[in-house]
Design a protein around this ligand. Structure first.
Ligand code: T3D
Length: 258
């Protein structure tokens, strides 16, 4: 049987591919648990500087596998707490940047996954839909947190209430993704972008993520306090010295040392 998650690493970029293409990579328990484990492994592996999440075939992820709603006899609450919630927390808490590379349809919890990346890259044929209300469920796996922060409360509610389908051009306009690339070159474009990110200072980006995630819920006062603490940790790191030295020597900094 084919693995539900494919993993490959190239030039510091680990690409995790959800691999149930005949179901548009709809998520069953095996996919969710294995994906979480792959993210944890990538976090612990010093060879990995950036993680990319994408889907095999024409879909990114069609959300919960509807042949297996709420997963093997669990209540919805139990299921979310055992599978989706740890996955989303792991992605957002990862000490390395995560790129969600949305190659096709991202529906339901698949839309939440698409939003969960630090950076979101879409193929021209990407399609985003908070499809939950079509089956009279509420958006989960972080959508109620991510989406209003990107598009505002009322637009988020509209997308959720009507399960509207958002294509790449509108997704870019709404800020659901940072860049859209042609389908034909999508994988190469994502890899090139990820390699550029991998060349940035890893320690500083880890601390930047920590600060950004904390500020999502904090006051300006708290954000300033935390910045002051994390800046010390960035400034004490060799990367900072390299950046300053490179500036003075009028050369590009080298952050990606073996
Ligand atoms: O605890 C809990 O369990 C609650 C958690 C809930 C989280 C959620 O994600 S709820 C939302 C679940 N997802 C959906 O409701 C999406 C259902 N799918 C669709 O609406 C459409 O398939 C899409 C909009 C995603 C794509 O449409 P289209 O026309 O491009 O493709 P299609 O023909 O509908 O689908 C292709 C195949 O994938 C098809 O199988 P077939 O006929 O070729 O054998 C279809 O049944 C299958 N598929 C698509 N989505 C799912 C799925 N199979 C199982 N589960 C799916 N979610």
């Amino acid at each position: 049987q084919a693995p539900v998650i494919l993993s490959e690493t190239l030039n510091g970029v680990r690409t995790l591919t959800m691999n149930r293409p005949d179901r548009l990579n709809a998520a069953n328990n095996a996919l969710l648990l294995e994906l979480t484990e792959h993210f944890r492994q990538a976090d612990a592996d010093p060879a990995v500087r950036v993680v990319v999440l994408t889907g095999a075939g024409r879909g990114f992820c069609a959300g919960q596998d509807l042949g297996d709603v709420s997963g093997a006899g669990m209540t919805f609450t139990e299921h979310l707490k055992a599978t989706y919630n740890p996955l989303i927390r792991t992605i957002r808490g990862l000490s390395k940047p995560v790129i969600t590379a949305v190659n096709g349809v991202a529906a339901g919890a698949g839309a939440s996954l698409a939003l969960s990346g630090d950076l979101r890259l879409w193929a021209q044929s990407a399609l985003f839909t908070e499809v939950f209300s079509n089956i009279a469920l509420i958006p989960d796996s972080g959508s109620t947190w991510f989406l209003p922060r990107l598009v505002g409360y009322s637009k988020a509610f509209e997308l959720m209430a009507f399960a509207e389908r958002v294509g790449a051009d509108e997704g870019l306009r709404l800020g659901l993704c940072e860049h859209v690339y042609p389908d034909e070159t999508f994988r190469q474009d994502v890899q090139a972008y990820a390699e550029k990110l991998a060349a940035r200072p890893a320690n500083a980006l880890r601390l930047t993520k920590e600060a950004l995630n904390a500020t999502m819920n904090s006051s300006l006062h708290d954000a300033l306090e935390l910045e002051a603490i994390l800046q010390q940790r960035a400034g004490d790191h060799w990367e900072h010295q390299e950046g300053v030295t490179a500036f003075k020597e009028k050369r590009a900094p080298e952050f990606q040392k073996a």
